[in-house]
Design a protein around this ligand. Sequence first.
Ligand code: AGP
Length: 630
Amino acid sequence: MCGIVGYVGHSDGRVNAGHNALDVVLEGLRRLEYRGYDSAGIAVVADGTISSRKKSGKLSNLITELDTRPLPESLTGIGHTRWATHGGPTDQNAHPHLSDGGKLALIHNGIIENFAELKLELQGKGVTFESETDTEVAAALLGDIYRNQLGGDVTNGGLTRAMQLACQRLEGAFTLLAVHADQPDVVVAARRNSPLVVGLGDGENFLGSDVSGFIDYTRRAVELGQDQIVTITADSVEITDFYGAPAEGKEYKVDWDPASAEKGGFPSFMEKEIHDQPDAVRQTLLGRSDIHGKLTLDELRVDPELLKHVNKIIVLACGTSAYAGQVAKYAIEHWCRIPTEVELSHEFRYRDPIVDENTLIVSISQSGETMDTLMAVRYAKEQGAKTVSICNTNGSTIPRESDAVLYTHAGPEIAVASTKAFLAQITAAYLLGLYLAQLRGNKFQGEIKDILADLGKIPAKVQHILDNEAQIKELGRSMADAKSVLFLGRHVGFPVAMEGALKLKELAYIHAEGFAAGELKHGPIALIEEGQPVFVVVPSPRGRDSLHAKVVSNIQEVRARGARTIVIAEEGDEAVKAYAEHVFYIPETPTLLAPLLATVPLQIFALALASAKGYDVDQPRNLAKSVTVE
Ligand code: AGP
């Protein structure tokens, strides 16, 4: 989830032509900064050389750097704001990365899955590396091909041909932009499983990770397809596949205003991020298992021998992240047979917990700065526990103070109420659970491969729910006057019910409460009166049907007392229809993975209801994105 911009213009006096590349690229990066703000960098081609500047931190740090060390005027440039995946947010790891003796600059969004083997191959040729990134490896590969395979001869297809040959070697997800000093009026780009659009100008052309990268200059855009290379000059846009065969892009007119362009055309970051969820799960899974289904969590630097002797897991988190931990508890205990407790961080250290060197602490935090969780992790470390952080913000405090980190790759979550981070946290926690099961031999490799295959189907299933969101959105709008909504769930559906209630509280400021469905008859059922809206998250009838039957009887209990029952159930589950005023179906999936789907209608419902009330869904009252006080 990085921000990427490319530009080529020329100054023959035509209208709109000949902007200074630096201005265009910086404007684009400013609009794209929400996509990533760990570092920023820019490279321009001028006077037969590549000049570049890059700084960790926000774009403002780069601008300060440029004020003190300005770049030359240029008509060709590329720029990047980083959301770190490989390597921390440092100056060295910032993009662009240079190669071919500083004559080639490359920026990248995504994950190169085979960067380690490519790095060894290049080191064998004497290439040295300064950063920890996969991007620098891609830059070195491109430079090596350009110089040694094509002889650095632009008549041999030049940078375009080099990019085609390089992309044939790369695995994973990537958007790449490159410039070379030998071709001062060209930017070459490539994309696979990562966004890239072309902006068509008059005497100038643009590239962006989305249209907000160039919307201030043109609204004519060309969407690129999978595995395509595009070469732009001031007057031309040429598209091929990775093997040089000509390809077509689809031109369209951008009708978003600049502000909504930063939200991908959605009215709010909240809605954009709900729709980012297929990619958040996909990116979190990417590069963490091999083709045999073996988990390769190479960033999880904890001694495997130690992990084999862990006899208790304590999950530390707050709010939505704690609900992600509660979902994960069911899976980790089922797969690994390790007792797993989920503790609210702010309660943990005051209850004199039992923690020792065989306890594994797993903190879950989107921001990595939640003070309650940070203090709890510090306390656990003092007691001798090993600590793993599941975090969405590279280089933040909690992962830095943990023994190991498993980053979620949901991209920046701007809306205060968490959505895509929640699904990514569950995904990462599942990967950790499967890794422990693999290490300790609780699961055969084939079983783990099957579960990973089921996880790999989740993004498409989430997309299916999003494509059919109209009905649940309409229900949310129709219930704008609701004063109270209850949410019921059992097993992994229980934390989903809690998260659904929290979303509604946060966004619509109305009373909402989640219950374990079995707990209702022990008191809360007194709340049920005529017309009381009750959501019920129903488990798959294909699983242990005792669970399904019990939840159906819970629906009957509340229905009999006048409740307005709204049911989330698996496609094909006819049994719930008789007792539900509304049924929203989600695709079939194994019980333990169902929270990744069942949560989505509840998010959409809360967003629609709050929007109907005219509330600011991105920055709800009284809340902060990261609670950095205890
Ligand atoms: C989520 O919708 C809330 N904004 C809040 O509960 C949040 O999950 C909690 O504060 C923990 O934040 P963290 O994940 O950044 O640690």
